[in-house]
Design a protein around this ligand. Structure first.
Ligand SMILES: Cc1ncc(COP(=O)(O)O)c(C=O)c1O
Length: 458
């Protein structure tokens, strides 16, 4: 037996890690090494789009493997990667036109940070004071140092403060907990005016504002007021600050449109993509820029204006082949159209639990859903985080055959977009029953040594 602690897992307390080792995966189902089947209720950390083992994606990867597995994108390329860049320009909003590849969401954000910085230093009318960023409270943009600097989640980020840069910190545009005197009707105006105040004070030193559009995933599926993104776009234009939208989690259909930005008719200056780009099959991410950004990097070779950034495995052809196959499935099979309907169905099913005394809110957009557990519904007071209520609920769900992973006390429900009615029903039932049992104090079915859920992780 291999020592399971040899593999050190991210966001996981290894001293309490009970191995959960997957041997096969098909559709929305994972089969463990000892033959147990569990529903993948968080789409393998929010990235699986079409289910596991889709023949079209597998075949595209195999076919590519027979031609070329990898070449660099530093000064050369592979035809498959070229095709993908063109396809991404076709499907992304507005005039986003130039695709810079990397391997994971954090790197896509890191590239966006540096791209915005270098742009202001060397554009025809340079603004060298623009060296800072505005990011939102409770933001999560990944785990590399630049992305962590933008981040605002106390448990994940505070520890690293001495090695981070300091962003200008905006509000958390939450529609569940709002400041006193703010209602759902006035929330958009309220948060937009807070952001405007910060832009007014800091615009001369801001290279960009960075945000997740519509839903802040790792913050706990925090839904922004409708219309806020459009207001932010206008404000960024007014104050001459780039808008970087991080669609690593929301992209590729998750919120009910191919990209969340589309729901508010917004084109960011720079768009970050990851997770679902390859359908969740291979690591790949992209930072997509508009022409004015790209053009500031052009000049003679000796001008040293090229983007000083690049990764060994950026634009990997196998991943590019998977991404092209995934995009083809997305366009052919009306997957995105089905997301709103499935999301509404899931939320309707989950309404059964919405009045539970320890459920504060059931929220989300499309198939990006969170249920927040609270100690007191009336005051919205949360539990002491050391009680690990979210984790306990997920542990119970796993005993019922559903794999979900919490964000603190927010139970995340994010199955592959192709999940069918029966699978959505199973998922909803397992979550509802697990919450009811947890607060009724019933002892969980701890028969399985797998019955352990994630820590408060991404
Ligand atoms: C919005 C957002 N940005 C960036 C990332 C980081 O992506 P990765 O884990 O691929 O580095 C995540 C991951 O959850 C995310 O949700």
């Amino acid at each position: 037996m291999i020592d399971p602690s040899t593999h050190w897992h991210g966001f996981t307390q290894m001293a309490h890690y009970n191995p959960l080792v997957i041997h096969r995966a098909d559709g929305c189902w994972l089969t463990t090494a000892d033959g147990r089947r569990v529903l993948d209720g968080v789409a393998s950390l929010w990235c699986n789009v079409h289910g596991h083992g889709r023949v079209e994606i597998n075949a595209a990867i195999r076919d590519q493997l027979d031609r070329v597995a990898h070449v660099t994108t530093l000064g050369m390329s592979c035809d498959t990667t070229e095709q993908l860049a063109h396809r991404l320009v076709e499907v992304t909003p507005g005039d986003l036109s130039h695709v810079f590849f990397s391997s994971d969401g954090s790197s896509a954000v890191e590239a966006a940070i540096k791209m915005a910085f270098q742009y202001w230093q060397q554009r025809p009318d340079p603004k060298p004071t623009k060296t800072r960023y505005l990011s939102l409270d409770s933001a999560y943009h990944g785990d590399t140092t630049g992305a962590v600097s933008l981040g605002g989640i106390k448990y994940f980020h505070q520890l690293f403060a001495p090695i981070l840069f300091q962003p200008v910190r905006g509000p958390l545009p939450c529609t569940y907990r709002m400041p006193e005197g703010v209602s759902e009707a006035s929330a958009c105006d309220h948060y937009a005016s807070e952001i405007e105040s910060l832009l007014r004070i800091h615009h001369h030193e801001l290279a960009a504002m960075v945000m997740e559009p519509l839903v802040q995933g790792a913050a706990g599926m925090i839904t922004h007021p409708r219309g806020l993104l459009r207001r932010v776009r206008q404000l960024c234009d007014d104050y001459e600050v780039f808008l970087i939208c991080d669609e690593v989690a929301t992209g590729f259909g998750r919120t009910g449109s191919l990209f969340a930005c589309e729901q508010e008719g917004v084109t960011p200056d720079i768009l970050c993509l990851g997770k679902g780009l390859t359908g969740g099959y291979l690591p790949m991410a992209a930072t997509v820029a508009r022409p004015h950004v790209y053009e500031a990097f052009l000049g003679p070779v000796s001008s040293l204006r090229q983007f000083f950034h690049g990764h060994t495995f950026a634009g990997n052809p196998l991943a590019a082949a998977a991404a092209l196959a995934s995009l083809e499935l997305l366009s052919r099979q009306r997957v995105v159209d089905s997301v709103r309907e499935k999301g509404d169905y899931l939320r309707t099913r989950l309404q059964v639990i919405a009045d539970h005394p320890h459920v504060g809110s059931v929220r989300g957009r499309g198939m990006m859903i969170g249920i927040e557990l609270v100690a007191d519904r009336a005051t919205k007071r949360g539990f002491d985080s050391r009680k690990l209520r979210g984790r306990a609920v997920c542990e119970r769900a796993l005993a019922k055959g559903v794999w979900i992973r919490p964000l603190g006390d927010v139970v995340v429900i994010m199955p592959p977009l192709v999940a069918e009615r029966g699978e959505l029903d199973l998922l909803a039932e397992a979550v509802i029953d697990s919450i009811v049992e947890e607060f009724r104090g019933a002892s969980p079915q701890r028969g399985s040594h797998h019955a352990v859920a994630g820590d408060a992780g991404e």
